[in-house]
Design a protein around this ligand. Structure first.
Ligand code: ISL
Ligand code: CA
Length: 586
């Protein structure tokens, strides 16, 4: 039987950049409450909040200094309770970010652990150096050393992320007890689950030197170890199973096999995973070395995971990834079409869809012009590292521009007023200058907007058993086309996506009205007209929804002629479905 979290659409909020209500330039919890009606109208059922806990913000909240509190920048615990309650009234559930691989170095546990004799010493991974150097040769996720020397105690501590993010020692059973407590604390307040940050690297099996790699030397000692599986099973059994909640794990470097071991329902560990392979198809090895986007590679990866894992957490954007329309679509002439195409992709895959704030209005990558406009610790570390490696300035800047996490962290563009309606003060990070053209207000009332396309797609999905529960059957990939079917019992839907800026004929037997091949010449470059002169026969498939202004079934039911316009995205019904009655031209 389907679970509620399989039927909902999740919306990720990066609170710092969502909505400021007190003019300090930082988004806050009351700001989220202000927009609940709009989120309800969009059709989302779950909000995932990036961390709102107290934090010195070395990594914007992913460095937690108190797991039981709310950062004053975001408001108070009373605001959080009100958010849970107000969301609940609208049938919206809240999940929180659970960051338990590391804490902040300002967490009281870590402060106490600096003392060698403290019972907290063993909450972290402290080791003496080797021959005056770090205890091993591992390197960090943020392109720096991952050991920091502490003068006072004469030892190093491990940090796989920034040096202000010391890794917890998951070999210590007390750490597990603390985390169980934290989880219960929030679940008891009424939250509905957790997004678990880098959850498959918790347990470090050994601290031996790692095999030298271009990035993340040492990985083999902590990636998806049996110790992590054991921890996940305990958290599941002793905490999560006692609540009506779910978990989505952020898992790095997983294969279909290791992913299955982490999230298959039979394993009783996590409920679903964010995997990365599709997000890595436009890079060489690491994200800083971009390669040209290939729809074929991208689609191949998505197809592979759709078939390998029963229930995926599907996403095209989050607070770490550049904007999808700038990356996989076209943020120039086909901005609206390609943003809607990506929407259709996301909402027609099997699994729970995750939308990142601003994605639903087609927000684009940041238009920054210099490092001083960038805040992200990772970007600054990498820029510095690339400088040490003598990368030319132009190359360094290109790397940051294309891949900096700040591309997606700029304030949400609400309207065309000052600071895009995000704040009356000075925003913590610059507003993208395209806000007068791209903003929520202008899209809310426009039936043809990206935002309302999201709304229509969410509604379509929530009313469709095929889209929610159907299997995924790949049809074709190539020449920019990605086509697949969803099938459930007797029903089926076909999804056709054209990732190219050219009109393309789809060659799938039985898909299009025949005799229309010549349309390729007449229709190319003239959007909106393809389909008009198509065969009206009911035995052909009719678009249920298109991101172009096509007649869809239920109106005059023009059959699909096989030609997709640039960045066109269409869902076709099965002929059988149409014959059986819902709509007929006879
Ligand atoms: O963004 C990345 C690298 O460019 C990813 O490797 C990212 O660091 C990784 O997915 C882990 O991300 C999560 O944990 C980090 C935090 O900075 C990210 O924001 C979070 O999503 C450390 O807590
Ligand atoms: Ca604020």
């Amino acid at each position: 039987m389907a679970k509620w979290w399989q039927e909902c659409v999740v919306y990720q909020i990066y609170p710092r950049s969502f909505q400021d209500t007190n003019g300090d330039g930082i988004g806050d919890l009351p700001g989220i409450i202000e927009h609940l009606d709009e989120l309800k109208d969009l059709g989302v059922g779950i909000l995932w909040l990036s961390p709102v806990y107290p934090s010195p913000n070395a990594d914007n909240g992913y460095d937690i200094s108190d797991y039981h509190g709310i950062h004053p920048d975001f408001g108070t615990m009373a605001d959080m309770d009100r958010l849970i309650e107000e969301a609940g009234k609208r049938d919206i559930k809240i999940i929180m970010d659970l960051v338990i691989n590391h804490t902040s170095d300002e967490h009281p546990w870590f402060i106490k652990s600096r003392d060698k004799n403290s019972p907290y010493r063993d909450y972290y991974i402290w080791r003496p150096g080797k021959n005056g150097k770090a205890p091993n040769n591992w390197t960090s996720f943020f392109g720096e050393d991952c050991w920091e020397y502490d003068e006072a105690s004469g030892e190093y501590y491990l940090h796989l992320f920034a040096k202000k993010q010391p890794d917890l020692n998951w070999c210590n059973p007390k750490v597990l007890e603390e985390v169980k407590d934290i989880m219960r604390f929030w679940l008891d307040r009424g939250i509905a689950g957790f997004r678990c940050d880098v959850i498959n690297i918790l347990y470090k099996t050994s601290l031996e030197n790692g095999r030298k790699r271009l990035a993340l030397t040492g990985l083999e000692h902590y990636l998806t170890q049996e110790g992590t599986h054991e921890i996940l099973r305990v958290l599941r059994k002793e905490v999560l199973d006692r609540y009506d909640c779910f978990t989505v794990g952020e898992t790095v470097f997983v294969t279909p096999q290791t992913a299955w071991e982490l999230c298959d329902a039979s394993r009783r560990e996590l409920d679903m995973l964010f995997t990365f392979e599709h997000m890595e198809t436009d890079q060489h090895y690491v994200k800083w070395f971009k390669r040209k986007f290939s729809a074929g590679r991208f689609a191949a990866s998505i197809s592979k995971w759709q078939q390998a894992i029963d229930w995926n957490a599907n996403y095209l954007e989050n607070h770490d990834q550049p904007r999808s329309v700038s990356r996989f679509g076209n943020d120039g002439p086909y901005w609206a079409q390609s943003a809607k195409l990506l929407c259709m992709l996301l909402l027609t895959l099997r699994g729970t869809p995750y939308i990142y704030q601003g994605q639903e209005i087609g927000m684009t990558n940041f238009d920054f012009t210099g490092m001083e406009q960038i805040q992200d610790v990772e970007s600054h570390n990498i820029y510095r590292l690339a400088k040490c490696l003598h990368f030319p300035e132009a190359l360094r800047w290109r790397m940051i521009r294309a891949s900096s996490r700040d591309n997606v962290r700029t304030p949400v563009q609400w309207n065309s007023g000052p600071n895009a309606g995000f704040t009356t003060g000075k925003p913590w990070l610059g507003v993208n200058s395209n806000y007068t053209r791209i903003n929520m207000e202008s899209q809310l009332d426009d039936p043809g907007s990206i935002r309302n396309f999201y709304k229509a797609m969410i509604a379509l999905r929530s009313g469709s058993d095929v889209l929610k529960y159907g299997s995924f059957v790949p049809l074709v990939r190539g020449s920019g086309i990605f086509a697949y079917r969803r099938e459930y019992r007797e029903e089926g839907l076909t999804v056709l996506l054209n990732f190219s800026d050219k009109a393309r004929k789809v060659d799938i037997p039985g898909i299009a009205a025949d005799g229309q091949g010549s349309l390729l010449d007449t229709a190319a470059g003239t959007p909106d007209t393809a389909g008009e002169n198509a065969n009206n026969s009911n035995s052909f498939r009719c678009p249920v929804l298109s991101n172009y202004d096509r007649k869809v079934s239920g109106m005059d039911g023009a059959a699909f002629n096989g030609i997709l316009q640039p960045y066109e995205a269409i869902i076709l019904s099965d002929p059988a479905k149409i014959k059986s009655g819902e709509k007929s031209n006879e």
